[in-house]
Design a protein around this ligand. Structure first.
Ligand code: ATP
Ligand code: MG
Length: 415
């Protein structure tokens, strides 16, 4: 009996399944994202059925490349390269037989699950029947506690999936299911990690980077581009606003004494980012701040920064240590870019000893010396938009609706 193997990726999500009312919306995003992630690796067919998604790999020349892409799609709890068989004991045995051919394993167990009640065999019977089948073919033994190989069998009414190893996905929620945020992206280690953590919570992230060209070389912009390029692998399409900030900083330097400058810069950045966020329909701002990590990141200073914006400022790294953040940057693949030498716009004109407890009245008085509104307009209008796509050449995502512009398109500045 020779079964023809029919490979697929079987995809499990868990958080999504908890959100009963919103499930169709979450699944629509997850499906769309999987289709986009594999757009250049055809054929891949995304199929949805009870509690799972499947990527049909029939005829696909490169499942390994598909695997890599799937492993980055937010919202996936875990996934497995599985073989498909009809839901009869004979068909399942035939497929298991093919899968263990030539494989050596000192011990094994069968873990059968079935997703419907009417199946004629119980999972105990499947476990027994398949266990015996394996023992007849391979010199091995059953070990329920610490098996060298676990043979997972998931029985659905029309089809059964068989696989050995499950790989973890990123978890979280599918990008696009929680709305849009605007992330303040420096060239440093923290802000790309912060952006990614919001993607993992289902946000589509737009980026704003403040640079000081021509006062400083364009290195920071190149780093920002490289970081956005990397992060776009996880959300498939990104917008990056490059905001000239050198002129604005000069104004601040003329009017504000050194210790107060960092908070004043940050408040201006937040206001400009908010103006861009409003134009693109985003609901919140994101920074890479972590409490106490640097002298300027104290509770009073964070409060002063919050007061400059109406939109909520999300700080996903607020309670994390530098070590934890660095670890995540390495996993994400942004670390190497972030540590490239660079003169951040904030290293220009930055005081040695920034104030750690700026009071509301103090900061307001200093800002009276500036034309804040004009500076914000200057920043917003000077912003240059660049777009990034993944896979390369795949175009905007989600695809703009025909006939009318989507909210994001309407607000984009340089269109
Ligand atoms: P990072 O590692 O993200 O640069 P940091 O530890 O250097 O953060 P700060 O320099 O105080 O901390 O910056 C705090 C946050 O302000 C950054 O995480 C980022 O969100 C934002 N930010 C700072 N500089 C810029 C910039 N040039 N462009 C955009 N956002 C910036
Ligand atoms: Mg920094």
């Amino acid at each position: 009996m020779m079964a023809r193997l029919s490979p697929c990726f079987l995809i499990h999500y868990h958080e999504i399944s908890l959100k009963a009312g919103h499930r169709p919306m979450f699944l629509r995003h997850l499906r769309q994202n999987l289709e986009r992630a594999t757009a250049d690796l055809q054929p891949v067919k995304v199929v949805q059925f009870s509690g799972r998604l499947m990527l049909d790999l029939e005829g696909n020349p490169n499942p390994e490349a598909v695997r890599e892409r799937v492993s980055h799609v937010c919202g996936i709890a875990n996934f497995a390269l599985a073989q498909r068989a009809a839901s009869t004991l004979d068909a399942i045995k035939a497929a298991v037989g093919r899968m263990i051919e030539g494989r050596e394993f000192g011990s094994f167990r069968i873990t059968a699950r079935w997703a419907f009640k009417t199946y004629p065999l119980t999972s105990v019977e499947i476990n027994r029947a398949l266990g015996t089948f394996v023992l007849e073919r391979v010199k091995t033994r059953v070990d329920l506690e610490h098996p060298a190989l676990t043979i997972h069998v998931e029985v659905l009414p029309n089809e059964t999936f068989i696989y050995f190893d499950r790989e973890p996905g990123p978890g979280g929620l599918p990008v696009g299911s929680s709305g849009t945020v605007v992330s303040l992206l420096s060239g440093g280690i923290d802000s790309p990690v912060a952006a990614w953590r919001m993607m993992k919570r289902g946000c589509r992230v737009e980026f704003v980077h403040f640079h000081s060209v021509p006062y400083l070389p364009p290195t920071s912009q190149q780093k920002a581009r490289a970081l956005v390029d990397r992060l776009t692998e996880r959300q498939f399409f990104s917008r990056l606003y490059l905001v000239p900030f050198g002129e604005i900083q000069r104004e601040v330097v003329l009017a504000v004494p050194p210790p107060a400058r960092v908070v004043v810069y940050r408040r201006l950045m937040v206001r400009i980012a908010e103006a861009l966020a409003r134009a693109t329909g985003a609901h919140a701002l994101v920074t890479g701040e972590s409490l106490g990590q640097v002298a300027s990141q104290t509770l009073p200073n964070l409060a002063r920064i919050d007061e400059a914006a109406m939109l909520p400022i999300l700080r996903p790294l607020i309670g994390m240590d530098k070590d934890e953040i660095t670890g995540q940057a390495k996993t994400l693949g942004t670390f190497e870019t972030s540590i490239e030498p660079d003169q951040d716009c904030c290293t220009l004109f930055v005081p040695k000893h920034p104030a750690t407890r700026m009071a509301v009245e103090e900061i307001q008085k200093l800002e009276e010396r500036l034309n804040v509104e004009a500076l914000v307009t200057q920043g917003k209008e000077g912003a240059v938009l660049e777009t990034f796509e993944f896979p390369p050449g795949a175009g905007p995502f989600p695809a703009p609706r025909r006939g009318r512009l989507s909210t994001t398109e309407e607000g984009s500045l340089s269109q």
